[in-house]
Design a protein around this ligand. Structure first.
Ligand SMILES: [Zn+2]
Length: 93
């Protein structure tokens, strides 16, 4: 996991969590437009817009996630991110 990077302040389209930083689960990756992101507030899958704010995945992106063989890696990363979020939340309580 790489260090966190400041991005333009954004709100998760699912839960409204304020997001000002992101961390890649793949070392060295920077946030780019149309890359998938997992919200630290709710663990849902979002997508970076051109301005690096978050949006809901569109129908084509959801279709890709459901049907593309390469999407298995994305689903695995989402599961890892959700496990990490749950661990952080558990340590706060
Ligand atoms: Zn969220």
């Amino acid at each position: 996991m790489s260090e966190s990077i400041r991005i333009p302040e954004s709100r998760c389209p699912y839960c409204g969590f304020a997001i000002t930083e992101c961390t890649s689960l793949l070392a060295g990756d920077l946030p780019v437009a149309r890359a998938f992101a997992v919200c630290c507030g709710c663990g849902n899958l979002c997508v970076f817009r051109d301005d690096l704010k978050l949006r809901l995945p569109n129908d084509a992106e959801i279709e890709w996630l459901l049907n593309n063989h390469a999407a298995a890696e994305v689903r695995q990363l989402v599961a890892r991110a959700r496990a990490f979020i749950a661990l952080v939340c558990a340590n706060r309580n």
